[in-house]
Design a protein. Structure first.
Length: 269
């Protein structure tokens, strides 16, 4: 069996999952803009990414839930680079919570970030650049919507909606030479998501052991998937959901008690 590529180093200036995609894109000739509600966070990442790759990396402050903020950020990126060929939508909010205990506002907040945020950024960039020039959109989703999952009705619903959006936009915007695809990763070692959402270590180890590849993925593997979907290698691929989880969604059991206990413990931290 082929060995996985080396993982991203822990001190590789990439504490946030969304920044993991940038080094591959930068090293293959792209300049990038990275956005977050926290500008100091992306300022540091942008400086380190630029120093490591020799490419330009523009840090932006943007709340994907607020269309005027999205418009301002897109305008700033277009002013800096003159074009935006590739959009990676990866804003997300998630936590473990039983559906019966989930507040109405918490459910809405996750959909506002994941689903509305993806639409807002895609819609603004379409109007300002992609409609006339074409390009690629990669939406980072999850396999939660492919199967029922305890404690994840909010995130599963939001990401399933994004996968549906991917298909709709692929059909509607294809004639403008715009490709739209989803990438559903996980479980990925060394990520905040795995730490907060993966459940107790014993339960996680059991679930990984029964998955087809019998291991966790690493961050480099996910970055490679983004690079593939964004590149000419995938020039005839649109409206697809690429699942990169080692087949885990096919076999992972729902450990109701273990995850419920883990969620209760996490909520107290």
């Amino acid at each position: 069996m082929a060995q996985p590529p080396p993982d991203v180093e822990g001190d590789d200036c990439l504490p946030a999952y969304r920044h993991l995609f940038c080094p591959d894109l930068l090293r293959h000739g792209c300049h990038t803009a990275i956005a977050s509600r926290s500008l100091p966070r992306v300022l540091t990442a942008a400086r380190k990414l630029a120093a490591a790759t020799g490419r330009r990396c523009l840090p932006l402050s943007m709340d994907v839930r607020v269309p005027p903020a999205v418009m301002a950020a897109v305008d700033q990126a277009l002013k800096e680079f003159g074009k935006i060929d590739i959009l990676i939508n990866c804003a997300a909010g998630n936590f473990l919570c039983p559906a019966g205990a989930l507040s109405f506002n918490a459910f809405k907040t996750v959909l506002d970030i994941d689903t509305s945020g993806t639409f807002n950024v895609s819609r603004v960039l379409y109007e300002k650049f992609l409609r006339d020039h074409g390009g690629v959109i990669v939406n980072i989703t999850a396999t939660l919507g492919h199967r029922g999952q305890v404690l994840q009705v909010h995130a599963g619903s939001a990401k399933a909606a994004v996968d549906a959006m991917t298909r709709h936009l692929a059909v509607e915007w294809g004639p403008q030479n715009i490709r739209v695809n989803s990438l559903a990763p996980g479980p990925i070692s060394g990520t905040e998501g795995l730490r907060r959402l993966g459940g107790p270590q014993a339960s996680l180890s059991t679930r990984v052991a029964v998955s087809p590849l019998q291991r966790l993925g690493n961050k480099t593997e996910i970055a490679h998937c983004v690079l593939f979907l964004a590149s000419p290698l995938a020039s005839f691929v649109t409206g697809a959901v690429l699942v990169a989880d080692g087949g885990a969604w096919l076999t992972f059991p729902n450990d109701v008690k273990g995850l419920a206990d883990f969620a209760s413990f996490s909520a107290k931290l």
